[in-house]
Design a protein around this ligand. Structure first.
Ligand code: NAD
Ligand code: UDP
Length: 346
């Protein structure tokens, strides 16, 4: 019998790419999503691409009994927890909504897992848990000092996970600290579908390329970076999805006989930083589109530069990112061109 995995937020951007890889690898998948920031069409396309079906349950992760039910009917042996709200700026304006969704949602999930004796969890954390870099690249032992309610919500859940593992030697938990996920599946059938004006660089660039927006605003060209624009560690979403499968493999290995549970906190990035101008040049190359841009003042709260040290993920998961910046741009462009309105049918 194949292994069954429960995926919360599986219709979202990263979740959908991970669910596709899970199905392709032979796992049974149950998705729990309330579709507050996604479209069920993503799940139809995953079934089409994988040639397999998945179980979908429309529910909120804060609903413990719905989660218990989902764990029971799926007979899941592990959970990958993507469900959450992710806009940093919005979290500053609506902190309670973010803590409720991200922290309370995770607590309810842990409660449901405990009731059903499911002990394996992979959690979506973020590089934002580190805050302003004291040293770069960020290593996992960099102090955690988030600067937004969103970042705090992630580090709070990490703390709850650490304490839970310390209290229960049967728990095997991994927290994956994502850097900047971009790109789309190479089929062009699933990808990122931002609502409203995109905040993130790649979705905005893609919308300029397709003619939905006039020009890219480059938020600051006076940073202490090689070309003055902000530097980030962009990671292809399929590389990121595959890290979750490697994490499940690593957590399936019986822990040592120390009597302690297993807790892994790992950076998931490429280790290489690219500037806004480098991304723009790569996107122009991949799309053949001109993409006008204008230099503007810095965006409040932005950090000049950050990128991962991904060595620990290589050691513990045997995982490294392999897809290049040009592939990230080419795949984003294929998705954008084929789906100018995302999953909404015209
Ligand atoms: P997304 O918004 O595309 O996906 C999140 C999914 O969770 C959506 O399908 C949404 O409908 C669902 N969801 C949200 N709240 C829910 C709730 N209470 N109950 C049930 N479903 C709910 O976001 P994403 O980019 O795929 O991110 C996935 C996870 O990774 C999030 O936890 C996010 O914080 C984290 N993360 C994302 C990034 C990024 O840049 N995309 C970076 C670091 C970490
Ligand atoms: N950026 C930009 N214009 C945009 C969006 C982003 O110049 O319209 C810059 C931003 O200042 C940062 C980089 O692109 O240096 C990545 O921004 P994003 O919001 O994608 O990621 P984050 O800053 O959250 O890591």
């Amino acid at each position: 019998m194949s292994t069954s995995i429960l995926v919360t937020g599986g219709a979202g951007y990263i979740g959908s790419h991970t669910v596709l890889e899970l199905l392709s690898a032979g796992y049974e998948v149950t998705v729990v999503d309330n579709f507050c920031n996604s479209h069920p069409e993503a799940l139809n396309r995953i079934e089409h691409l994988s040639g397999r079906s998945l179980r979908r349950i429309e529910a909120d992760v804060r609903d413990t009994s719905a989660l218990v039910n989902a764990l029971r009917i799926s007979n899941a042996s592990a959970v990958i927890h993507f469900a959450g709200l992710k806009a940093v700026g919005e979290s500053v304006l609506q902190p309670q909504r973010y803590y409720d969704n991200n922290v309370v949602g995770s607590l309810r999930l842990l409660e449901a897992m405990a009731q059903c004796e499911v002990k394996t969890l992979v959690f979506s954390s973020s590089a934002t848990v580190y805050g302003s870099p004291l040293s770069l690249p960020y290593r996992e032992d960099h102090p955690l000092a988030p600067t937004s309610p969103y970042g705090h919500s992630k580090s709070m859940v990490e703390q709850v996970m650490r304490d839970t593992v310390a209290s229960d030697a049967a728990c095997r938990f991994a927290t994956l600290r994502y850097f900047n996920p971009v790109g789309a599946h190479s089929s062009g059938l699933i990808g990122e579908d931002p609502q409203g004006v995109p905040n993130n660089l790649l979705p905005f660039v893609a919308q300029v390329a397709i003619g939905k927006r006039e020009h890219l605003n480059i938020w600051g060209a006076d940073y202490d970076t090689p070309d003055g624009t902000g530097v980030r560690d962009y990671i292809h979403v399929v590389d990121l999805a595959l890290a979750h499968l490697r994490a499940l493999d690593a957590l399936a290995i019986p822990p040592s006989k120390t009597g302690k549970g297993q807790y892994l906190a790992l950076n998931i990035g490429t280790g290489k930083g690219y500037s806004v101008l480098e991304v723009l040049a790569a996107f122009r190359e991949a799309s053949g589109m001109p993409i006008p841009s204008r230099i503007q003042a810095r965006r409040p709260g932005d950090i000049a530069s950050y990128y991962a040290d991904p060595a620990k993920a290589k050691t513990h998961l045997g995982w490294v990112a392999t897809r290049s910046l040009v592939e990230m741009c080419a795949d984003t462009w294929r998705w954008q061109k084929g789906n100018p309105d995302g999953y909404q049918q015209r």
